[in-house]
Each structure stands twice: as structure tokens, then as C-alpha cells.
Design a protein around this ligand. Structure first.
Ligand code: AN7
Length: 350
């Protein structure tokens, strides 16, 4: 398959711009969730599994464009603040580009797999005793002072690249879904998807030019947009979206209001239950933050705020392998037994 940026070049590229750096991002599966849908009373529920990207999250769609342009512009280094996935993606694309990469992370709040990815790819890690919002504000200043190119979603190339998620969904369904659900952290993705659906329709690529309702979900302890004010000390098990003052706040509100959608909260328990349901009913292992959108759709379907035959897509933003620590073993299931046939046969309980 053609590389993502080449595939949608007419909507993304400037003139004869070339994109030498690619890791095979995009082209992720749109999975018809039959069993999960049946459980929720939705016949046409789909999962866009962004965990299948090269570094295991949707961030690669925008990072590939941001890093290609950073290289073309003569950058000497890139930098980002991150709850984990942006840093994993930046580290990988910087490695492929031969650029130094600095990542500023909230100490103790980044999932183990993500930290390993950034370390393995040779990024310089700077751990701060503070949250993502503090790290991002320092990073913005580093960008303003020309120290390094910022590859957070404050970089417009990131959001342009992320629009490709919307393009692929329309291509796969032959139209836009009735509703698109996703987690909201720094609010770049909901902004990019909404812009992407709009641009694809404007360009004549969406047969009936219909646009979806945008359904965003924040974790209850990190829900600045829902509360209408920044949260000083955001907390949630879904560390990816542990963000109190989103950079794309206005974009998210515009997506919500222009689409006739909503942004609501889900609890940590609802998030973890949705994560379990997705993997145990569909075999798709996403990280906790990704399940926030599913948890939200589950509630809306139960409340009949989504109809049973509506086409609904939940964007599963990141892979479950990034955050293995949230998966709890059942009592006793990891306790060894003798290796003989009889004991094993007995333990199966069949
Ligand atoms: C799995 O990596 O902000 O609302 O620094 O990793 O576009 O921020 C990650 C965010 C959802 C929220 N799901 O998306 C970072 C970072 C996953 C994520 C979000 C993130 P935005």
C-alpha cells in the first residue's frame, strides 16, 4: 500500500513536497464489533483500531507529517511534552529522521510501555515533578525561543496529519458514520477528526457530504471542557488523558457544537469495564484512555441517545500493550500448580 501521506497527498501536501520518512502509519482496521454491539444494543458499531499504527497509537498519523516538515525546515532537534504516546511516536520518527528528540514527561504518570518505547528509540527523557500541562507550557516556550521544533499538537502539521483518520473511515464505510466517539485529552484528535470529515466532504470524497455527530469523552477526574474551567490537578487511571488544560479546547468545543455532538464524562470504573468488554468480546486490546469513548457510547446507547441502527465508530486511540499494569489477574490465576496432566486437567475445570 502507498504511504499514508502519499495516499492523501491531494489534501495534505504542499506543491511538490516529498515525504521520505514513513514507518507505515495509517491504514488501520475498522472492525465491525458484532458481540460488543449486541451487548450495547447497537447493530452497526465499529472500532477504528489505532493501536495498529507503528508505535501503537494514533499519534503517528500527525507525527509523520510534523517530522517530515521539521527535517525539511532544517530542524536541529524536536521536543514534546507528553502523557506518553506522543513521546513514543516522536522518539520513533526522530530516530528514523536522524534527529535528536527530547521528551518532557510527568514523573510516575506515564504507562510502562510508552516509557520503554521512548527510551528504546534513544530519546532524551526529562521527567518533571508536575503534570502534562506544566510540561507543555515549558515546551511551548522552548518552541517560541527556537530551541527545538515542537511536535505537540500545537504544531498544525500534527492535526493535519491526524485528519487522515477521518478520511480512512469514510473510505471504509463509503460515507461518514452517524456518530464518531473518542477520548478527549489535549483535544487535538477530536479537533482533527472534525476538520478531516469537513475537508473530505468539501473535496467531494464523501458521497452524500453528510458529517457525523462528534461524541467526546473525558475522564471524570480530568474533565476541564465538561466543567468549563481548567483542572489544576487532573487524576484518572487513563493516564494518557490526564490533562487539565487542553491546548485545542476551542477546537473541541467547535467540533461538539458544529456537529450537534457532545462532550461528557465517564468514570474510571466505566473506562476499565469498557476496556475489558472490548477485549473480551472483540479480541481488541486497547489502552484505558481509548476505552473512554466506548464507555461513553455504552451509556448513550443505554439511555437511547444513540439509536440501535445508527452507524457508530469508536476510535481506539492506543494499544493495550502500552499499559499492562492496569490489567488485573483473577484471584489465584497466576499461582503455579504441578505440571502433570492430572493437575492441569483438573485446573481447567471443563
Ligand atoms: C491513547 O501522548 O496527549 O485529545 O501526550 O494517548 O488528541 O490529546 C495523548 C493523548 C487519547 C487524547 N487516547 O487525545 C500525549 C497525549 C490516547 C492518548 C488521547 C491521548 P487528544
Amino acid at each position: 500500500m502507498k504511504a499514508l501521506l502519499e495516499r492523501y497527498r491531494d489534501l495534505l501536501a504542499r506543491d511538490d513536497e516529498s515525504f521520505p520518512i514513513t514507518l507505515g502509519e495509517g491504514g488501520t482496521p475498522l472492525i465491525h464489533a458484532r458481540r460488543l454491539g449486541a451487548e450495547m444494543g447497537l447493530e452497526r458499531l465499529h472500532l477504528k483500531f489505532e493501536g495498529m499504527n507503528p508505535t501503537g497509537s494514533f499519534k503517528d498519523r500527525g507525527m509523520v507529517l510534523a517530522v517530515n516538515r521539521a527535517v525539511a525546515g532544517g530542524a536541529r532537534a524536536i521536543v514534546c511534552a507528553s502523557t506518553g504516546n506522543t513521546s513514543a511516536s516522536a522518539a520513533a520518527y526522530a530516530a528514523a529522521a536522524g534527529l535528536p528528540c527530547h521528551v518532557i514527561l510527568p514523573a510516575g504518570k506515564v504507562a510502562r510501555g510508552k516509557l520503554a518505547q521512548a527510551l528504546a528509540a534513544g530519546a532524551r527523557l526529562i521527567m518533571v515533578d508536575g503534570n502534562f500541562d506544566a510540561a507543555l507550557s515549558a515546551v511551548r516556550r522552548l518552541g517560541d525561543e527556537g530551541v527545538a521544533v515542537v511536535v505537540n499538537s500545537t504544531n498544525p502539521d500534527r492535526l493535519v496529519g491526524q485528519q487522515t483518520g477521518a478520511f480512512e473511515i469514510v473510505d471504509a464505510l463509503g460515507k461518514a458514520p452517524d456518530a464518531l466517539a473518542l477520548p478527549v485529552g489535549n483535544a487535538g484528535n477530536i479537533t482533527a477528526y472534525w476538520q478531516g470529515f469537513g475537508r473530505y466532504a468539501d473535496a467531494g470524497h464523501t458521497p452524500d457530504a453528510k458529517l457525523p455527530r462528534m461524541l467526546g469523552f473525558q475522564a471524570e477526574g480530568a474533565a476541564p471542557i465538561v466543567r468549563g474551567e481548567p483542572i489544576e490537578a487532573p487524576e484518572t487511571v487513563a493516564t494518557a488523558i490526564r490533562i487539565g488544560n487542553p491546548a485545542s479546547w476551542h477546537g473541541a468545543v467547535a467540533a461538539r457544537d458544529q456537529s450537534g455532538g457532545l462532550i461528557e464524562t465517564v468514570t474510571d470504573d466505566e473506562i476499565l469495564e469498557a476496556q475489558r468488554m472490548v477485549v473480551q468480546l472483540e479480541g481488541v486490546f486497547c489502552e484505558p484512555a481509548s476505552a473512554a469513548g466506548v464507555a461513553g457510547v455504552r451509556r448513550l446507547a443505554a439511555d437511547r441517545r444513540i439509536g440501535p441502527s445508527e452507524v457508530v465508530v469508536c476510535v481506539l486511540t492506543g494499544h493495550g500493550l502500552k499499559d499492562p499494569d492496569v490489567v488485573q489477574a483473577e484471584e489465584g490465576s497466576l499461582t503455579p500448580i504441578p505440571p502433570g496432566f492430572a493437575a492441569i486437567r483438573d485446573a481447567m475445570g471443563l
